[in-house]
Design a protein around this ligand. Structure first.
Ligand SMILES: [Zn+2]
Ligand SMILES: [Zn+2]
Length: 232
């Protein structure tokens, strides 16, 4: 099925979002990668690069936010000004990194000028592929942030991600069940890039918080605060 048709069906039937979250992350990744590549190859202008990139960030991070909210029972039309302000702040933060990326792409354009097309592309890929992946992983971070933000007394359990090498903090958090507001209070968030709390720094952490009916872990908040304060 055509992806844009699939996405509009999912917009109409939010419960389907559960089944396409990975595809949506992939789509975000593909968009950011192709805009970066087009800009590197000189196929699009600075302005075009900037506006395409910003549109992808706004669109995809809003989808991620709505998806996380939906998982704890909050619909977009129920969001308050404050909720939308938090979302906008997170989008602005991401957009704030864009100039740095643009400047670095312009730099590599210059430094690969004498190379063959293939060499230049290899160089570009080796320097930027991982960086774009990390950028796109913001999608999952946003889903989790929204669950924490909207969850209040929803119980959320930390589940280890499938692909990462797990750090000691993620391992210690694995299986802890706490109320969403307790996760919020602790400031611990799965996949938060550059996290000062997760030993892995969150860069490739794909752990997530899942809604659960399990009992809250004994002393959940105290355990979270102790892990937070242990820091790295
Ligand atoms: Zn970790
Ligand atoms: Zn993790």
């Amino acid at each position: 099925m055509n992806k844009s048709i699939l996405l509009s069906i999912c917009d109409a039937i939010p419960v389907l979002w559960h089944h396409v979250s990975i595809k949506t992350l992939e789509m975000f990744d593909r968009q950011l990668w192709s805009y970066s590549l087009e800009f590197f190859r000189g196929e699009i202008s600075d302005d075009q690069f900037e506006s395409d990139f910003i549109a992808a960030i706004e669109n995809q991070l809003t989808r991620a936010w709505n998806e996380g909210a939906d998982e704890v029972g909050v619909l977009p039309e129920e969001m308050t000004e404050e909720d939308l302000g938090v979302l906008q702040g997170l989008i602005d933060e991401e957009v704030g990194y864009l100039t740095g990326l643009g400047v670095d792409i312009i730099d590599i354009k210059k430094s690969t000028e004498g190379m063959s097309e293939k060499e230049a592309l290899d160089e570009f890929r080796s320097r930027f592929r991982n960086r774009i992946d990390i950028w796109a992983s913001k999608y999952n971070e946003m889903v989790n942030r929204a669950k924490i933000h909207f969850g209040n007394k929803t119980k959320l359990r930390w589940d280890l991600g499938a692909t990462e090498k797990h750090c000691e903090t993620c391992l210690a958090l694995n299986g802890i069940v706490a109320y969403a507001y307790e996760w919020e209070q602790s400031g611990i968030r799965p996949g938060e890039s550059g996290s000062a709390i997760l030993a892995c720094g969150g860069w490739s952490c794909d752990c997530k918080l899942s809604e659960t009916d399990e009992r809250r872990s004994p002393n959940a908040l105290a355990s979270l605060l102790a892990l937070r304060d242990a820091g790295v």
